[in-house]
Ligand binder design. Sequence first.
Ligand code: CA
Length: 233
Amino acid sequence: MGPRILIVEDEEPLTLLLRYNLEAEGYTVDAVARGDEAEVRLREQVPDLVLLDWMLPGLSGIELCRRMRARRETERLPVIMLTARGEEGERVRGLATGADDYVVKPFSVPELLARVRALLRRAKPGHVATLLTAGDIELDRETRRVRRSGRELHLGPTEFKLLEFLMQSPGRVFTREQLLDGVWGHDVYIDERTVDVHVGRLRKAINRARKPDPIRTVRGAGYSFDETFSHAE
Ligand code: CA
């Protein structure tokens, strides 16, 4: 099970967007819409990171953050504050005492995910798996290198992200739309056929010397990373 993230946010569409993207990255996600509810939840279970909205019904994000810092169980818990435009500036800087980081809405999902990863890495080194392995394929997130049977493969940045995304959830079938969202991000418009082009390039790069193809095309659905590919030899 991946690191546990608690989302405290009262805008439901944003919660859904965050949940979807965090779960696709392998995190376990829990969400509440009120500050006071979040306080109760944090007493039941301490997550690995909190995404905390500033303006919340029940109890404000700032007050919740202050209370979290006052309790031994949550005093070091990584917190990323989500603030609306206009709330930034002096007030956000004042947060230095409480939150570890903050993003201003509307933010880009890939950027937030990068901050989540960075913060988790800082808080608990080794907590986010830096090495993904499947059969004879090894992907190192830290050095951005991919090896197959010990030989380094040269992938373009998009192919690397695509492979990383697929290897995070082996066996799961992703539609082209989900791959676009996960690899390119929600806020860009790219034709779904682009996915096929990059899958083709990725296959070419990783399947040299007649190695079995780990990427499965699921007709009418999309693609998945087949974790049993190495047994096919
Ligand atoms: Ca709010």
